[in-house]
Design a protein around this ligand. Structure first.
Ligand SMILES: [Zn+2]
Length: 317
């Protein structure tokens, strides 16, 4: 548990505000999504502390960033960000960073967003999905290893610092990330989608924004940056060559879409190592963002970010 006063102190340092999904009257709500009104409340709360993306970038580069400076950041290139948040930002003359993992643009794939759409469409609520997921795991080869891991202290403590996760959210993430890993998780989800007759290719257009939209963002003073090619949940587990390939390919895709070299990035699922930071520096990246506020003394590739879920919880308290 993080107390309110600790959070207020933390928020006094320069940081990004991290946004994911949005909803409004037209775009339906999904787990953790922020309403248009909630977005406006966060913008009002920070007010003139919010710098245009280019100015924030230049201040970091020139080492002139001030403790009160903040910027807006959007991860994953999601459709609802362009549909809900962008018009509000345009009214207020604000620009942001948009961190894009590019296989979302090159091919529909089994990945985070696809799974999210599947959960949303085929299950009434998250707990129904979690129960069904665990049933599938218990029918698989991974049954014994999962039972054993779920009974451990490691399972009980996993992600317990994030107060916005329920116990079941944490249990699911523990199974997915620490017990199954990407290949087995993909296998389980694939089996569930087949059983439910869900076609992953049918939803791609509804999930992500498009290349021309990213081009228009760039033309309007927004900054499009890296978020890896395939968005692994733990990129720090990959070796140096694989990590380099993730970011090199992502950079090439972004260059092809918006016509300039990406110089900024955010770490997918907050995962990185010293190797990652060296690879990014080597690729010419000048500014990188974490996905939380737990490390405030990092360099320009580890700028902290406050999650919109924490902010809205605090503003509504
Ligand atoms: Zn992401």
């Amino acid at each position: 548990m993080i107390s309110l006063s600790a959070m207020a102190t933390r928020a006094s340092g320069a940081h990004g505000i991290m946004f994911h999904h949005f909803h409004n009257d037209v775009v339906p709500a999904s787990q953790g999504s922020l309403s248009a009104g909630g977005f406006e409340r966060i913008l009002d709360f920070y007010g003139s502390r919010i710098l245009p993306a280019e100015e924030f970038f230049e201040r970091v580069e020139r080492r002139e960033i001030r403790p009160t400076d903040v910027c807006l950041t959007f991860d994953d290139g999601l459709r609802s960000q362009v549909d809900v948040a962008l018009p509000i930002m345009q009214q207020r003359n604000l620009t942001a960073f948009w961190f894009i993992y590019s296989n979302a643009f090159s091919k529909p794939s089994h990945d985070l967003e696809m799974y999210r759409a599947f959960r949303h469409e085929k299950f009434g609520d998250m707990n129904t999905f979690y129960a069904s997921f665990e049933n599938e795991v218990m029918r698989s080869l991974y049954r014994n290893v999962s039972i054993e891991a779920l009974a451990s202290d490691r399972a009980r403590n996993h992600l317990s610092q994030y107060t916005f996760y329920t116990e079941r959210d944490r249990r699911f993430r523990f199974l997915r990330d620490l017990v199954l890993g990407p290949a087995a998780y993909c296998e389980i989800m694939g089996r569930m989608m087949t059983t439910a007759k869900f076609d992953p290719n049918s939803v791609a257009g509804r999930l992500w924004c498009t290349g021309p939209e990213l081009q228009r963002l760039t033309d309007g003073g927004h900054i499009v940056g890296l978020h890896s090619y395939s968005h692994p949940t733990r990129i720090s587990d990959l070796d140096e060559r694989e990590q380099r390939e993730e970011y090199r390919r992502n950079a090439a895709d972004i260059r092809a879409i918006v016509g300039r070299d990406p110089l900024t990035m955010s770490h997918p699922c907050n995962s990185y190592s010293d190797i990652t930071l060296a690879v990014l520096a080597d690729l010419g990246v000048k500014l990188g963002f974490r996905a939380d506020m737990s490390k405030l003394d990092g360099g320009a590739l580890e700028v902290p970010r406050e999650d919109h879920a924490n902010l809205i919880e605090r503003l509504e308290a």
